[in-house]
Design a binder for this molecule. Structure first.
Ligand code: CAA
Length: 257
């Protein structure tokens, strides 16, 4: 009897019954976060671009493992689209427990060449996108006295990077947003934290000029790029950590301390 109880306890995954929205879940770090949270039993609601060529791969991979994922297209830069996305999520699954604001883009150019369009695109998706999504989930989270909001910032928001004034501003903005929202919601069962990845092996980093990338890796104390799974680990930790809020968790191989 005791053995049977033990085995049954082992079958209960830590995020069973939780509903988790992950933005930018169609590839890169977001796809791996979605897979990890699904493996822990969460119902994933994946926000992806309407024309995404890769979301179906993520959906298939998660479902093959017995995970729960619902892909819903959403342009997070558009407030009304975020509203529709979260309304559909709540209609279908009843609630939102976890929001991972992960979606992000780069338009790298030295500031002298950076156009207003390059600026707006990156700020609208990386920073305003997080506002748009968070705005929709905050009241339902307060009403249920539980929420986990995790904003994927970047080492570039802390240390800057050549050719990334727009991206750096958006990622630094997410850190300030995290701290202020954490203060406002700490007494309501909600934690709000940022993760600051260093250079992670994704298409975004692969697109960097080889010499710039090699120069960066040579400065990383752990001497390699990070893996998306190492960011997903940090997300899991922040979901489980009930006394941690308003923090920026650096996952960068020691590149910035
Ligand atoms: N460091 C120092 N100087 C640089 C430089 C660099 N990395 N890149 C270019 N320069 C210099 C050039 O030599 C040139 O100098 P001169 O005027 O004296 O000739 C000047 O800056 C202008 O060069 P360009 O005309 O080539 O500059 P550009 O506007 O076309 O921009 C760039 C070049 C797009 C920034 C290119 O260097 C680049 O792609 N750099 C990598 C940017 C980067 O780090 N991206 C990170 C992506 S990963 C990510 O963002 C995820 C994350 O969160 C970590």
């Amino acid at each position: 009897m005791t053995n049977q109880l033990f085995e049954e306890t082992q079958l209960v995954k830590p995020l069973t019954g939780k509903v988790a929205i992950v933005t930018g879940a169609s590839r890169g770090i977001g796809a791996v976060i979605a897979k990890e949270l699904a493996a822990q039993g969460a119902q994933i609601v994946a926000a992806h671009k309407a024309d995404s060529a890769t979301i179906q791969n993520v959906v298939t991979a998660i479902r093959e493992e017995g995970g729960l994922i619902e892909p819903i297209p959403c342009d997070i830069a558009v407030l009304e689209d975020a509203e529709r996305f979260v309304a559909q999520t709540i209609e279908k699954f009843g609630k939102v427990d976890i929001l991972v604001n992960n979606a992000g883009v780069t338009k790298d150019r030295s500031f002298r060449k950076l156009t207003r369009e390059d600026w707006d695109t990156v700020i609208d998706i990386n920073l305003t996108g997080a506002y748009n999504m968070t705005k929709q989930v905050i009241e339902p989270m307060i009403a249920q006295n539980y929420g986990r909001i995790i904003n994927i910032s970047s080492i570039v928001g802390q240390a800057g990077a050549f050719g990334q004034t727009n991206y750096s501003a958006s990622k630094a903005g997410l850190i300030g947003f995290t701290k202020s929202l954490a203060l406002e919601t700490a007494s309501k069962g909600i934690t709000v934290n940022a993760i600051c990845p260093g250079y992670i092996e994704t298409e975004m980093v692969a697109a960097m000029p080889d010499d710039v990338k090699e120069g960066i890796v040579s400065k990383v104390p752990i001497r390699r790029l990070g893996q998306p799974e190492e960011i997903a680990q940090a997300v899991s930790y922040l979901i489980s950590a009930s006394f941690v809020t308003g923090q920026q968790l650096n996952v960068n191989g020691g590149l910035y301390m």
